[in-house]
Design a protein around this ligand. Structure first.
Ligand code: ZN
Length: 148
């Protein structure tokens, strides 16, 4: 077990689930206050030695506090069609590597914007994982692909 402060510093006082800042001075009893999320979605990963098995989350976002499933949301301002479940895809990339189709986009600009956002988001979500994105034309749309 690490202290809340250590985990907060490691995660830059940003919630690993909603990507919003966490105020280290806020009460731990406040819904927006800091808490430690034990990453309950990574059941298999617990066997592996990981540098950051515990993550900083808002009390309300924490998967151990009543939320059954961790959800990492796509922002509303990105134009993505059939978006993949970010956490599931990223966990597959972290364990197996390879490539994951993440979404289809109406234009290559939309796909670029989504790709830039996604690579930045994954960097905070899974700090040990190096990913790049690619945009591939697909049937009049553009496929956004993440690869390790
Ligand atoms: Zn949060």
């Amino acid at each position: 077990m690490s202290s809340l402060h250590d985990i907060g510093e490691t995660d830059g006082w940003r919630c690993w689930l909603c990507d919003e800042p966490v105020d280290p001075d806020m009460s731990v009893n406040d819904p927006r206050g800091p808490s430690i999320d034990a990453r309950t979605t990574r059941k298999k990963a617990k066997k592996k030695a990981r540098a950051v098995p515990e993550r900083l989350a808002h009390r309300d976002c924490n998967t151990g506090k009543g939320n059954t499933e961790a959800v990492v949301a796509w922002p509303d301002d990105l134009f993505v069609v059939d978006p993949a479940v970010i956490l599931t895809s990223v966990e597959r990339l972290a364990t197996k590597g390879g490539r994951e189709a993440m979404a289809r986009c109406p234009t290559s600009d939309d796909a670029d914007a989504a790709g830039v956002w996604l690579v930045d988001r994954v960097r905070r979500l899974e700090p040990d994982l190096q990913v790049d994105y690619a945009v591939e034309p697909a049937g009049g749309q553009y496929l956004l692909v993440l690869s390790t």
